[in-house]
Design a protein around this ligand. Structure first.
Ligand SMILES: Nc1nc2c(ncn2[C@@H]2O[C@H](COP(=O)(O)OP(=O)(O)OP(=O)(O)O)[C@@H](O)[C@H]2O)c(=O)[nH]1
Ligand SMILES: [Mg+2]
Length: 451
């Protein structure tokens, strides 16, 4: 279904204008096709050398030079895709880049599908499926931490860890199969006790991998922080101060914010979506009461809720009741308007005066601390839901095998083997050793063209 026999072409740089734009060709004819319009000065394309040349898209005419370009040729198999690759760096004009693509198509290339360069890299064994997925993650990363997690995965940290687990399983399976094939020798190949120990070893590694998944998910998807409280306490002012722009409307009129306003910020590498909400009060205004209902919903679903209370006004328990905040797991109390005379004090409150920036750094630290994300964990993080589900599947199979191995009456090796093989199959689906066209299509369809 996925053919690598033809030569594909696409613009590799983003749409729009820029200093430089790159067109990438991959496939057996890449060099020959590029040569049709880039070697007019008699320059040969040396492997991995930047060749300065003139782009002449109409070979028949002598005055058809349209740009100066740098051409680089990466011979197979040591290229990104594993095929012959030619990259043409022209000036970043959509007109020029499109003309190069059209000329390449006229020369026999075909327009690449989304993600097809990386798909070829996978098919040609240049990277496994996890690494291919990491390419998309890296390009889509929003915070430096996301980029680092994606690069680690691209660089093979997870590949190596899953590979090591797979190797241990392979060894165990081989020894058990030997016992099955040569029943007379029986447990000479492997003692029941050592089967259980070996499975325990593999299980421990799998558990460590899954433990990294929460951090991984948080790095990938970020967290939601809702800002709630009574009207006019300074929620929107705090929201704006944290976001760094006057995104939400601030006025001295209570009930200014009617709907949810959200914005994503980078909190020391963590992607945090802040949600400003309508002030909580009983109201007959339909719009405002719908706003309050949404605030309640936001508070209930957020990973962390900031309850803002005006320190210059008497303390009130009302928001706690209105939001059902008593049931909320992660809550921080923020005492706002700390620049004004104080009407109440609580040890657990973080004092801020958003308009003058007072207390914001401490609040940010407290947010990170409360979210309890071990962002600096050195373990390779599983970030991808597909990988997590498969590794959890492997874990379930291994737990079954472990039980079979250590029961009162150890189960026959055949049963054990079936469970172990199932665990291995799940891991091979993670790396893509075992895969289907549908899965590949699904994964690569989220790439853009040129990747
Ligand atoms: N002195 C002082 N005034 C503040 C502070 N924070 C907010 N304010 C003022 O308090 C008023 C209300 O601020 P908002 O940020 O709109 O309050 P809110 O909680 O979003 O209000 P609603 O959207 O109506 O629920 C505005 O006049 C702000 O200028 C502060 O730290 N100190
Ligand atoms: Mg507001």
């Amino acid at each position: 279904m996925f053919s690598t026999a033809d030569t594909i072409v696409a613009i590799a740089t983003p749409p729009g204008r820029g200093g430089i734009g790159v067109v990438r060709l991959s496939g057996v004819d890449a060099r020959q096709i590029a040569g049709r319009f880039t070697t007019k000065r008699g320059k040969r394309l040396e492997p991995r050398h930047a060749t300065f040349t003139t782009l002449e898209l109409d070979a028949a005419s002598s005055d058809r030079a349209i740009d100066h370009v740098i051409v680089t040729y990466f011979p197979a198999p040591a290229s990104y895709t594993g095929d012959d690759v030619v990259e043409i760096s022209a000036h970043g004009s959509p007109v020029i880049l499109q003309a190069i693509v059209s000329a390449a198509i006229a020369g026999g290339a075909r327009l690449a599908e989304p993600g097809e360069f990386t798909l070829r890299a996978f098919i040609n064994g240049r990277m496994d499926l996890m690494q291919a997925e990491a390419v998309a993650d890296l390009i889509e990363s929003v915070t430096p931490l996301q980029a680092r997690a994606a690069f680690d995965q691209l660089n093979g940290t997870l590949t190596r860890e899953i590979g090591a687990i797979d190797a241990a399983l392979f060894d165990l399976i081989a020894r058990l199969e030997a016992s099955v094939d040569f029943p007379d020798e029986g447990y000479h190949f492997i003692e029941p006790g050592s089967v259980a120990t070996a499975i325990d070893g593999v299980l421990m590694r799998i558990e460590a991998l899954l433990a990294s998944a929460r951090t991984g998910r948080v790095v990938r998807e970020g967290l939601q922080v809702a800002i709630v409280g009574e009207p006019n306490v300074g929620k929107s002012s705090l929201f704006n101060a944290l976001v760094g722009t006057a995104r939400a409307i601030v006025t001295e009129v209570p009930g200014t914010t009617r709907d949810l306003v959200s914005e994503t910020i980078d909190l020391e590498g963590l992607r945090v979506t802040l949600v400003d909400t309508a002030g909580a009060r009983e109201t007959v205004d339909v719009v405002e009461s719908e706003g309050v209902a949404r605030s309640r919903q936001a508070a209930q679903t957020a990973d962390l809720t900031l309850l803002v209370a005006d320190q210059s006004r008497p303390w009130s328990d009302r928001p706690l009741d209105i939001f059902g905040l008593a049931n909320i797991k992660r809550l921080l109390l923020v005492a706002s308007k700390a620049d004004l005379p104080v009407a109440w004090q609580r040890d657990d409150a973080i004092r801020v005066a958003a308009p003058i920036g007072l207390g914001l750094e401490r609040l940010k630290q407290q947010i990170l601390w409360t979210l309890d994300v071990d962002l600096l964990a050195e373990r390779p993080g599983l970030t991808n839901v597909r990988h997590i589900a498969l590794v959890e599947g492997a874990q379930a199979s291994l737990i079954r095998a472990r039980r079979a191995a250590s029961g009162q009456q150890p189960a026959p090796e055949e049963f054990l083997l079936a469970d172990l093989q199932e665990a291995r199959a799940a891991l091979e689906e993670v790396t893509g050793k075992r895969t289907s066209d549908e899965l590949l299509q699904h994964i690569f369809s989220r790439f853009c063209i040129g990747k």
